[in-house]
Design a protein around this ligand. Structure first.
Ligand code: M6R
Length: 640
């Protein structure tokens, strides 16, 4: 049996077959606290801010009077809060907690974290996948230990329990256990015999330390402790941190002291709260003017030339680049599609855009003169991270566009352009997308500047146009009544289509994604030019079709899309056309027009996506869905 398990575990390596029957847990939120306050309250407060990372079950564990106590419940955090109100845990200044997103297996009470070792010594919470858990489970069975749950996490807890029982401290014990684990994990552990210490380890999964005044925190994301401290430390790969109320020490998995990077979080608690909006998503849509403005801030020197401070790749190297490959997932991938249009048009460097999940599995051709650009809001997306590693193995230079300071993707890249969207808590990306677009435009213009494919005054004019975007979005958002009405009109539609051409095509894809993930209705985005090659068969009476109209005068594309609208209407569908405010052709041909501010063609996605975000948010609200925590989703996809 052990041998069979060994073979199964052997193939369960990234990129190879995995045992599909196994329960794995990932993308979860983790909090740890050591300090003078009520640790349960602080940990639950932190979990509330991390619930966007997973909401299948939640749990908390405290150490008090030399004993471990655990409370955990399937379902959203509110179930755990109810349980804690009915049966409070002992008062303690030391606790760990977890909110979970499961990929396989039922979200049951018993499978919820924290997991305890059978000897009652330790409790552990975990984010990630322990790839060799089957082998370790077989080993535990031989030692007479039968786990009570189906989780890989409990295996780590059991091993840790055995290790501390040998007499060492929790840090050393966790180091020994980590060296036996394969896969991706953040583990946070407490030991009832070390009542002032929380220990955590990270490999391929996020972990930050919050340094308070007489109290310290551990979390997957600074949002968990931002109400208490804005001083943070990012942990590197294969590092272990030990915190007490007043100390923190970091070492490597080999036991040497580690170098860490402290930083000050630039946003505060108000950014992590709803501020009067019904949903984080709606708030984040309305924050877009500021997010765009913040991302543009400080990007020019006194002479007006573009400057990208965190871009640590020398101009000579950028001039030698002969191919750009943009890699990302989901919404970030659509931002990458827009980047291709801008990069090729402004720099004349060939640019490919690729889904991160496909990239490394098809033996891509990249090398020392390839610039790989990755786009990730969270900075933790596993597919994107693996693609980066693959690209760097091929000696390509990697530049990350990222919104999360201290996350893994920028750390593992050669260079970074940070977007300044602030925390994005709604699972559906909104301001994350807009600021990614801005960063892509800035990168394309910077490359044009360095390579001399655009004159300085041309670049300055485009930056001026970008600087007008926040005010333009502000005006759009002040007049959304028509869009809200559309959400009410189409609330019962079983399907919605989106068409676009040129940079309107990725906007159509993103509009459809927003509707799928929030409203759970069939939504597809198509390149308008493809309509007659198949999708037109979907057109039927009363079907809502959104069309992103290219600005008039853009070659012949505008006229061609007008013809598409006529073809759709001739088949009884309803066309909702997003068109420039003085596009009279669009007004003549559409059933409904959503006016867009006049902006340069390449920048149109910045304004065209806004009504589609509002539409999806409103329609999902009308359907009674949880907009911020849509079913089956989690904010950061930290497993492949
Ligand atoms: O954090 P990342 O930008 O790497 O995330 C990529 C996708 O998982 C993300 O954009 C996802 O598609 C969103 N839910 C879209 O709203």
């Amino acid at each position: 049996m052990a041998e069979r398990l060994l073979r199964l575990a052997d193939v369960a390596k990234p990129g190879r077959l995995r045992d599909p029957t196994r329960t794995v847990f990932a993308m979860c939120g983790i909090v740890g606290y050591a300090g003078p306050k009520s640790a349960v309250d602080l940990v639950v407060e932190g979990l509330r801010r991390l619930e966007y990372r997973g909401y299948d079950s939640a749990g908390v564990s405290v150490v008090a009077d030399g004993e471990l106590s655990v409370a955990k419940r399937a379902g959203k955090l509110v179930n755990l809060e109810k349980e804690l109100a009915e049966t409070p845990l002992p008062v303690s200044g030391l606790a760990i907690g977890h909110t979970r997103w499961a990929t396989h297996g039922g979200p049951t009470d018993v499978n919820a974290h924290p997991h305890r070792s059978s000897n009652g010594r330790v409790a552990v919470v975990h984010n990630g996948i322990i790839e060799n858990f089957a082998v370790l489970r077989a080993e535990l069975a031989e030692a007479g230990i039968t786990p009570v749950s189906a989780t890989d996490t409990e295996i780590a807890a059991q091993l840790l329990g055995l290790e501390v029982a040998k007499g060492g401290d929790l840090t050393g014990a966790l180091r020994t256990v980590c060296n036996r684990l394969e896969g991706a994990f953040t583990l946070v552990a407490v030991d009832c015999e070390q009542p002032d210490t929380v220990v955590a380890a990270r490999r391929n999964s996020p972990l930050v330390v919050g340094l308070g005044d007489g109290e310290n925190f551990l979390a997957s994301d600074v949002a968990a402790f931002i109400g208490h401290t804005r001083e943070a430390v990012e942990l590197g790969q294969d590092q272990i941190v030990t915190i007490t109320a007043t100390t923190f020490e970091v070492e490597t998995f080999t036991g040497e002291p580690a170098t860490v990077r402290p930083y000050h979080v630039s946003w505060d608690l108000s950014a992590a709260e709803k501020g009067g909006f019904d949903w984080f998503m709606r708030k984040e849509i309305y924050e877009q003017p500021k997010a765009v403005a913040d991302t543009l801030l400080g990007r020019q020197d006194e002479s007006g030339a573009l400057r990208l401070d965190e871009l640590r790749i020398a101009p000579e190297e950028l001039r030698a680049v002969d191919k750009i490959v943009v890699i990302a997932c989901g919404t970030s991938f659509y931002a990458g599609m827009v980047a291709k249009y801008a990069i090729e048009h402004w720099t004349r460097v060939p640019c490919e855009v690729e889904l991160a999940s496909e990239f490394r599995y098809r033996d891509p051709i990249v090398g020392p003169t390839t610039l790989v650009v990755t786009i990730s809001q969270s900075g933790e997306t596993a597919d994107t991270l693996m693609a980066i590693r693959h690209a760097r193995e091929q000696k390509a230079r990697v530049l990350a566009i990222c919104n999360t300071n201290g996350s893994t993707i920028p750390r593992e890249s050669d260079a970074v352009i940070y977007t300044h969207a602030g925390p994005e808590i709604g699972v559906a990306s909104t301001k994350g997308f807009l600021t990614q677009l801005v960063a892509c435009y800035l990168l394309a213009l910077y490359l044009a500047q360095v390579r001399g494919t655009k004159f300085g005054d041309e670049i300055a004019l485009l930056i001026e146009e970008l600087e007008k975007i926040p005010a333009a979005i502000e005006r759009q958002l002040a007049d959304m009544d028509g869009v809200l009405q559309l959400a009410s009109d189409f609330a019962e539609s079983p399907s919605v289509l989106f068409l676009g051409r040129h940079v309107g095509y990725p906007v159509a894809l993103e509009g459809a994604l927003k509707l799928k993930e929030l409203a759970y209705i069939h939504a597809e985005g198509f390149a308008a030019g493809e309509l007659k090659h198949g999708p037109i068969a979907l057109i039927e009476d009363q079907l809502p079709v959104f069309v992103v109209m290219p600005p008039p005068g853009r070659d012949l594309v505008h006229e061609k899309v007008i013809s598409n609208i006529a073809e759709i209407r001739a088949r009884g569908a309803r066309t909702i056309v997003l068109a420039e405010e003085d596009d009279l052709d669009a007004v003549r041909h559409a059933d409904v027009v959503i006016a867009l501010p006049k902006v340069p063609t390449l920048l149109q996605p910045l304004v065209a996506i806004v009504p589609l975000q509002v539409f999806a948010c409103e329609l999902a609200t009308r359907k009674g869905h949880d907009v911020d925590q849509p079913r089956n989703l989690a904010k950061s996809v930290t497993v492949e």
